[in-house]
Ligand binder design. Structure first.
Ligand code: DGT
Ligand code: CA
Ligand code: CA
Length: 576
């Protein structure tokens, strides 16, 4: 039972409440609990078992009711409320919630009015224009639903990195307990930190492969055993396929390289080997019948005259040529970061106070964080207005003064995530914008504008001397919302011209810019800010690894990233 599993139970309770049209406060309480739990670093089950409700209640965002349910889940695997609610609504109805563009209230309406219970009859109803007649639903909604269903189907089969990684790590932690395991490695797209994962690949060195097969196929989270062989097995864990292979120690490096992939990278390496008369496969490196290496991954690269290539680069995007010339970039690491330039607080839609955000930032070793609360247009309750900006500034000053008094080298930067409106104007006047330390501009509405219009909208924002950073530049939500249409070459050129920084948003659903766009930015000489967009203090530390991984996949080095710099330098690099 991972924190993620507990969080999912609470977010499903919130979903069902929403479908049922329950009290919004109740819904929000469960959503907040889910969010808190998802990003918690301590193991909830352990806390529940050790300290019960009393200890759990000490966690911010967790009250008595939720704490009791956590104890129940830790003991029994689920809670009665959840089981009861699931019984009340069709399981298939809940699956409809996963369709992009379809909200819980629409689903409730469709269910009540038309008796729709699953994707198939929803699709049929939309195609035969049965929805257009219902109050509040028009032809546009039908079109949206059909598009959503199409997207939903195309997203099936791959899991978000942030979902697959914790399960893979938990498999590794469990198997490591066995004496029979000599070495163990997460391979495949997970090791390369791709944004989505087809299946989990685990590699083990052991002299007792049958013990490994037994342990793997009987892990607690295994839902189904697809295949169980002598040295290879395949199971389903929480809906994700997981493969395991056991190899001999002499083959470990070659197998690690082979099963890390990517396939195209492997083919490139194998061809280089062939040119040298070598055979390179998952068992080793061979010259004729003689094994000349394969125990260590480095052997593979060395055998074909290449420098070591980090896993994140192994996508056949020029890394083999770079390794040949010994110009593999020195990729950025989490420890290079000195601050976060985009977080939210309870002055807009964040859950934590400025103090709490600062405290966590300091614990992460940062020297600054920019609190970038929303401007009002986004429609989020409690966006900043002129009065709140003044009051928030007083709090920022108070916090900064107390750090100074204590001799803590840390500063909260006053920032805003200002909406770039569909008419190209900014949601705050220049008069207001100029007084912030950092201005982050972002698109939150009218994603359907055509490519030309959307590009001009963002370029216009970049041309505003007050706008320092463009947040999540393509607006995508992985598996939920496609990126809006935008001319990326024009954005890059404009960013370079106007010295605007582009954000790499670390949220695992966003990772926006993506890896390819990061590399493009580097080639254009455009600076990147790796930000978290954290809406709760715990998120800052929890999601940054996904942003940094994406930056690494985009070939970024510390100097390509603005928030690897000292505060004074950052303040020089923002436009004002
Ligand atoms: P995924 O699971 O779709 O996210 O992506 P991967 O890269 O994990 O792919 P997967 O699980 O099918 O295979 C793991 C690795 O095994 C892959 O990255 C490279 C290697 N591999 C699989 N099939 C082939 C192949 O036909 N040729 C070569 N050279 N390598 C392969
Ligand atoms: Ca895989
Ligand atoms: Ca696989």
């Amino acid at each position: 039972m991972l924190n993620l599993d507990i969080a999912r139970i609470f977010s499903e309770i919130a979903d069902i409440f929403e479908v049922k049209g329950e009290n919004p406060f109740k819904i929000r309480a469960y959503r907040k609990a889910a969010l808190t739990i998802e990003t918690l670093t301590q193991d909830l089950k352990v806390i529940a078992e050790r300290g019960g409700v009393k200890e759990l209640k000490k966690i911010p965002g967790i009250g008595e009711g939720i704490a009791k349910k956590i104890v129940e889940i830790a003991e029994t695997g689920d809670c009665k409320k959840h089981i009861e609610l699931r019984r009340e609504v069709h399981a298939e109805l809940l699956e409809l919630l996963a369709i992009p563009r379809v909200g819980p209230r629409t689903i409730a309406k469709l269910h009540q009015e038309l008796g729709i219970t699953n994707i198939e009859n929803l699709e049929k109803a939309a195609k035969s224009h049965k929805l257009a007649g219902l109050p509040g639903l028009g032809a546009k909604v039908e079109e949206n639903i059909l598009k959503g269903i199409e997207q939903y189907r195309s997203y099936q089969g791959r899991a978000l990195l942030s979902k697959a990684l914790p399960y893979a790590e938990s498999i590794v932690n469990e198997l490591k307990k066995l004496d029979a395991v000599e070495q163990i490695l997460i391979a495949g797209s997970l090791r390369r930190m791709r944004e989505t994962i087809g299946d989990i690949d685990i590699l083990v060195v052991s002299k007792q492969p049958e013990d490994i097969m037994d342990a793997f196929t009987s892990l607690e989270d295994v839902e189904d055993v697809i295949a169980k062989g002598e040295t290879k097995s395949s199971v389903i864990i929480k809906g994700i396929n997981a493969d395991i292979r056991v190899v001999d120690a002499v083959s470990f490096g070659a197998a690690a390289h082979y099963f890390t992939g990517s396939k195209h990278h492997n083919i490139g390496i194998r061809e280089l080997g062939m040119k040298r008369g070598l055979k390179i496969n998952e068992y080793g490196i061979f010259c004729g019948d003689e094994r000349i290496g394969g125990e260590h991954e480095e052997d593979v690269f060395a055998s074909v005259g290449l420098a070591y290539i980090p896993p994140e680069l192994r996508e056949d995007r020029g890394e083999i040529e770079a390794a040949k010339e010994n110009i593999i970039p020195k990729l950025i690491e989490i420890s290079d970061l000195k601050g976060d330039l985009h977080v939210h607080t309870n002055w807009s839609d964040g859950k934590s106070s400025i103090d709490e955000m600062a405290e966590v930032a300091i614990s992460l070793g940062y020297e600054y964080t920019a609190v970038a609360d929303h401007s009002p247009a986004v429609g989020i309750a409690g966006g900043l207005n002129e009065e709140k900006i003044v009051k928030r500034q007083e709090e920022i000053d108070r916090v900064n003064e107390s750090f100074e008094a204590e001799g803590v080298k840390f500063r909260v930067l006053s920032a805003v995530e200002v909406d770039i409106k569909s008419d190209f104007s900014m949601d705050f006047s220049d008069e207001i914008l100029k007084d912030f330390d950092v201005v982050v501009g972002a698109v939150h509405t009218k994603f359907s504008q055509d490519r030309e219009t959307m590009t001009t909208r963002i370029v216009t924002a970049m041309e505003n001397p007050n706008v320092d950073i463009i947040a999540h530049p393509t607006g995508r939500l992985l598996r939920k919302r496609d990126p809006y249409e935008v001319d990326m070459e024009r954005l890059m050129a404009a960013a370079k011209d106007t010295e605007t920084i582009l954000e790499l948003n670390s949220f695992p659903e966003r990772l926006d810019l993506n890896d390819i766009h990061c590399k493009m930015a580097k080639d254009y000489g455009v600076l990147i800010a790796i930000s978290t967009d954290a809406h709760a203090a715990t998120q800052m530390g929890a999601v940054i690894k996904y942003g940094v991984a994406t930056a690494r996949r985009g070939w970024l080095e510390p100097e390509d990233v603005v928030n690897t710099r000292e505060l004074e330098e950052v303040l020089k690099m923002v436009k004002r």
